[in-house]
Design a protein around this ligand. Structure first.
Ligand code: NAD
Length: 243
């Protein structure tokens, strides 16, 4: 009897997670991170290239009714995935970059109209969030700045979501230069220039594991963040200023 009670309480507490893009570079890391995290379970792997997964998020939702979808797919499918999830009452943690402003507006509308919430986070690495915060602060005092972002050569979008987000948080017009070469994971330099001096703020993700603590934190907290949240910094630092 006692063990039955424990089992019911445990079952109610486990967060049921779908991973969209589960076969991809980021998706595989998310599958491993969810498997190693307390209080959550991967109930659906959605990726058309997986023989033993679901071909799309709609069929995965219908079969498994997940609580949260973690999306690391591709810019041209992530918006439709998010809409399908929000309309079905599934929270979305969106790591895929390249979402347009119009798409973001529609995602916000769906998240505010329904019961499911959405986080769009161009970068889940704590060091990258700090880099963006320091760059925003520095640009108040050194308004001339440029960004160089470096990624692996399979990345589909340029400039990167992190580069665009950093520029949006900084003062002034900040040009972004994109380097795409094998060997890189995700790196960014923000260079600020003043009279006879420069300041460089650099962040390096040297492995995809760097993003996982942030992803897991977002999965835990998305149910308590009504509507659309933009940027993991609002969950980590309680920063409401840039939503
Ligand atoms: P990837 O190409 O390795 O993986 C994408 C996967 O999505 C592929 O396996 C593909 O088959 C799958 N896919 C395509 N259409 C799908 C659909 N309709 N449903 C389900 N799955 C589908 O790409 P990646 O390197 O893993 O990056 C994925 C995205 O994450 C990119 O947009 C990238 O910029 C972004 N990214 C974000 C962060 C962050 O911190 N937010 C970090 C790294 C990468």
């Amino acid at each position: 009897m006692a063990s039955g009670v424990r089992r019911i309480r445990y079952a109610a507490w486990v967060i049921r997670v779908m991973i969209a893009g589960a076969a991809g570079r980021m998706g595989q890391a998310v599958v491993a991170a969810v498997a190693g995290a307390e209080g959550m379970e991967a109930v659906a792997l959605a990726d058309p290239t997986l023989a033993d997964g679901f071909a799309d998020v709609a069929s995965a939702i219908a079969a498994t009714r997940p609580d949260v979808s973690v999306d690391f797919t591709q810019p041209h499918v992530a918006f439709a995935n998010a809409c399908a999830c929000l309309e079905a009452g599934v929270h979305v943690v969106m790591g895929t970059t390249g979402i347009t402003d119009d798409q973001r507006t529609e995602i916000r509308r769906l998240a505010e109209a329904g019961t499911a919430n959405c986080l769009i986070a161009p970068n889940f690495a704590i060091g990258a969030l700090l880099m963006m915060r320091f760059a925003a602060e520095a640009s108040r005092h050194m308004p001339k700045a440029e960004i160089i972002e470096f990624h692996h050569d399979q990345k589909l979008d340029a400039p990167s979501g992190t580069g665009l987000r950093t520029a949006a948080l900084m003062h002034g017009d900040v040009p972004i230069h994109s380097v795409r070469l094998p060997g890189f994971v995700a790196h960014q330099e923000v260079i600020l220039g003043g009279l006879g001096e420069t300041l460089t703020i650099r962040h390096d993700s040297i492995a995809r594991e760097s993003f996982m603590p942030g992803v897991i934190r977002a999965v835990r907290e998305i149910a308590d963040r009504p509507g659309l949240t933009v940027g993991l910094e609002q969950i980590l630092f309680g920063d409401e200023s840039a939503n």
